[in-house]
Design a protein around this ligand. Structure first.
Ligand SMILES: [Zn+2]
Length: 383
């Protein structure tokens, strides 16, 4: 059955696939809302008891065969929807998903639910966590460092949650059995975050050194303050090296013959002043615009893109250069040169590009999108 569906979908045009996916996603939202409404009533009447289950959770897992996560999130949504029925409408039209409801539900009140549900409309999990931090501000956590009980005694852990002595914040604490954790960032309150990561011995030593050198400016050696200064310097350096952004542009930033507009004619080299202007104008974000006006939000793996390719006479001017993420730079090169002309595609990229060109059907010009790796922060898993 599913093989048949896949065969049928494979025969659709790109436009038909995109249109149908949007329609099916909309239907999926509508279909999600209906069982939650029924679960809300089943739960209220405790109908699971007569069905041989001691709880709603058991009923959902053992009778409906939902996964534990699916059961939990649906019961949570059903109970929230009983209190605030507009949640069902918002799930039904795709304004909020079950993860959003789960994050917000514990803090919703008759007074605030309208404002916060509206604010959560179409928001990402991270954005909803920011809303929760507004609803339920957490106190700031002091900076601290703890030694992790890992096989490598050199490993250190910067972990919030421990109260350090003000001037001895970097002394390894006693051998507390702290499990190694993945890097962690969470909003505590508006404009405040807790950050936790595992550092190696070298990083720890650098931090100690920075504390010593900054003692007169940061007497308590606050790690957050030091990290902020380090990141500010890092970002400035990265912008200068990658995108030629600087407060003091030099005439020698460009090479090759200059035109009256300050650009290099017929050179593949993009002058630093063009890079600076383009980077600032595009806001450090991919400037690809979809046909419906949606702009790509990608801010990493950015490359300088010739709107008219260099090989087709496009010049390295502010007007002809835009920022692109790697995927869209490759996508537009494919659009211009055709998928199989990889050599030609390579000539349009200003930075090295390793976009995969495999994994799509012969008529599928959206191939790059199908071969993209998953994002670092995976989307909400509702099942
Ligand atoms: Zn993009």
């Amino acid at each position: 059955m599913n093989t048949t569906v896949l065969t049928l979908v494979s025969q659709l045009s790109n436009q038909e696939v995109v249109a149908r996916v949007k329609l099916l996603a909309q239907r999926e939202c509508e279909v999600t809302a209906a069982p939650i409404a029924h679960l809300a009533v089943l739960d209220e009447r405790q109908l699971y008891l007569a069905e041989g289950c001691a709880s709603m959770f058991t009923y959902c897992v053992e009778v409906l065969h939902l996964s534990e996560y699916a059961a939990y999130s649906r019961i949570e949504a059903a109970r929230a929807a009983r209190r605030y029925p507009m949640i069902l409408d918002m799930i039904g039209d795709g304004s909020v998903n079950l993860t959003t409801v789960g994050l917000l539900a514990p803090d919703l009140t008759p007074e605030n639910h309208l404002d916060f549900l509206e604010a959560a409309r179409h928001k990402s999990k991270r954005q909803v966590q920011e809303l929760v931090a507004q609803l339920r501000p957490q106190p700031s956590v002091p900076s601290s460092i703890r030694r992790l009980p890992t096989p490598s005694l050199a490993a250190e852990n910067l972990a919030p949650g421990n109260l350090p002595a003000p001037t001895a914040a970097l002394s390894p604490a006693a051998e507390a059995p702290v499990p190694a954790r993945r890097p962690f960032i969470a909003p505590l309150a508006p404009q405040r975050y807790t950050v936790q990561f595992t550092a190696n011995a070298e990083t720890h030593a650098k931090l100690l050194r920075a504390q010593e050198l900054l003692r007169s400016q940061i007497p308590d050696g606050d790690v957050g303050e030091i990290i902020d200064r380090a990141l500010t310097a890092l970002l400035k350096d990265l912008a200068r090296r990658k995108f030629a952004a600087t407060d003091r542009p030099h005439e020698s930033d460009t090479d090759g013959p200059r035109s009256s507009r300050g650009t290099v004619r017929r050179s593949r080299q993009i002058p630093a002043e063009v890079r600076r202007t383009v980077w600032t104008r595009d806001g450090g974000q991919c400037a690809f615009m979809a046909h419906d006006g949606r702009r790509c939000t990608e801010q990493s793996f950015l490359e300088f893109h010739h709107v008219v390719p260099h090989s087709a006479g496009g010049e390295a001017t502010v007007e002809n250069i835009q920022l692109r993420c790697r995927a869209h730079n490759g996508f537009e090169a494919e659009m211009f040169f055709g998928r199989r002309n990889d050599r030609a595609r390579g000539t349009d990229d200003d930075l090295s590009m390793t976009t995969s060109s495999t994994g799509s059907g012969p008529s599928n010009s959206l191939g790059a999108a199908f071969t993209d790796p998953l994002p670092t922060n995976p989307p909400d898993l509702t099942d």
